[in-house]
Design a protein around this ligand. Structure first.
Ligand SMILES: NC(=O)c1ccc[n+]([C@@H]2O[C@H](COP(=O)([O-])OP(=O)(O)OC[C@H]3O[C@@H](n4cnc5c(N)ncnc54)[C@H](OP(=O)(O)O)[C@@H]3O)[C@@H](O)[C@H]2O)c1
Length: 362
């Protein structure tokens, strides 16, 4: 794909927390147009996207070959984030692989796969780190890069490896939703002295746009991003510094976290809301997010921050920087400052799955 050609990008997951800033970054000027897939073109998020210039919609599910084909056809690039919290790990892998195959067949020239770390492999295949929504993506990410060794001239491909959105530290219904206890914002999570390589959604827009803008360098690349590895004592200190209100981190053992933590009520539900609970491959939320916390507690996942500085010199580099920015943006949008926004009655979900309350068709 010559980098100076105007290109039409088919986006799977465009209405999601990750997809929204990616679509916005792609259509911010006239270089790209976007066709996004959604199961519901009448949703608020779909309508917000359709209000942008150079954006069109295709209604349907990624779990449908004919729809994927119709989506790729007439586009020359694609960004694909298959929602594993809908499908579950096994079905996610199937549709992610089929997406890559169908994209080639339909003439896509550059394919970017929305990925997560293959934590199980990175841990040396230690089951304490099994996290279905990470491993499902991570296996396919490796598979795509392997296919790309022979397909790279026909369809370029890059893998975009992100991580837990920092927006989730102030949102309801996430693994790290805080409580407010006697006026103190409190993160009670099983992180020990570990650190979470949180990702800023706005920067995801920049990075994915960069991959499409630099297809020669990006072809075959796994761009692994993060703001920083953020320890939660530092997260709390940054929140205090920016808001002037007290915050703290309380290291919480897994048993307690699963008794009283933010995901405890759904602990035994399948991690993917349409996954078959009777299929022995289906991980429940408790097992899935136990592996997830262990990945951060024991430092399994690495990042090359020097590379990220080169790719995105203005990237967000710390929790404090993100809090400051978010505080300012929230005030400008009339949502109030971070302190107001973190109060339980004022919280709004960052994830569409939170808005939809874990429902929707496959
Ligand atoms: N939460 C995190 O920190 C994080 C970080 C990195 C990666 N991820 C991964 O990102 C994926 C979820 O995306 P998100 O974070 O943007 O969550 P989200 O805000 O809940 O969005 C989910 C997206 O998936 C789309 N979707 C779901 N099922 C679909 C289907 N059958 N056909 C077509 N589109 C479908 C939704 O579109 P419609 O509802 O409009 O159809 C929406 O765009 C998951 O695989 C997750 O593991 C999450």
């Amino acid at each position: 794909m010559p980098s100076n050609s105007i290109s039409k990008v088919f986006v799977v997951g465009g209405t999601g927390a990750q997809g929204l800033p990616i679509v916005r970054a792609l259509v911010a000027d006239n270089k790209y147009s976007v066709r996004f897939l959604t199961r519901d073109p009448a949703s608020r998020r779909a309508k917000d996207l359709l209000a942008l210039d150079n954006v069109s919609v295709l209604e349907g599910s990624f779990a449908d070959e004919a729809i994927l084909r119709a989506g790729f056809r007439g586009c020359d690039a694609a960004f694909v984030n298959i929602d594993g919290f809908n499908t579950g790990e096994k079905t996610e892998m199937y549709w992610a692989m089929r997406s890559y195959e169908i994209a080639i067949e339909e003439g896509i020239k550059f394919f970017v796969y929305g990925n997560l770390d293959y934590g199980l492999k990175k841990s040396g295949y230690d089951s304490r780190f099994r996290t279905g929504h990470y491993d499902g993506k991570g296996r396919v990410g490796e598979w795509i890069l392997f296919q790309n060794q022979v397909n790279r001239d026909r369809m370029g491909a890059a893998v975009f490896t992100s991580g837990p959105y920092i927006e989730m530290v102030i949102s309801p219904g996430t693994p790290m939703t805080p409580t407010v206890e006697d006026g103190v914002v409190t993160w009670r999570v099983p992180l020990g002295e570990g650190a979470v390589p949180h990702v800023a959604l706005e920067d995801c827009g920049f990075y994915v746009r960069w991959l499409f803008d630099h297809p020669d360098r990006a072809n075959g690349m796994d761009l692994e991003v993060a703001i920083d590895h953020i320890a939660y004592a530092d997260l709390a200190a940054a929140f205090e510094k920016v808001t002037g209100h007290p915050a703290r981190y309380i290291d919480t053992d897994l048993d307690e976290y699963w008794k009283t933590g933010p995901l405890s009520r759904a602990a035994h539900a399948p991690a993917g809301y349409n996954a078959d609970p009777n299929d022995k491959s289906t991980m429940n939320i408790r097992d899935n997010f136990t592996g997830f916390w262990n990945l951060w507690k024991y430092g399994v996942v690495k990042r090359d921050y020097g590379l990220l500085d080169e790719v995105h010199p203005n990237r967000i580099r710390s929790a404090e920087e993100w809090f400051r920015r978010e505080d300012r943006l929230g005030r400008a949008l009339g949502k109030g400052g971070l302190w107001e926004r973190v109060q339980p009655e004022n919280r709004t979900p960052i994830l569409k799955i939170g808005e939809d309350q874990r429902t929707g068709k496959l």
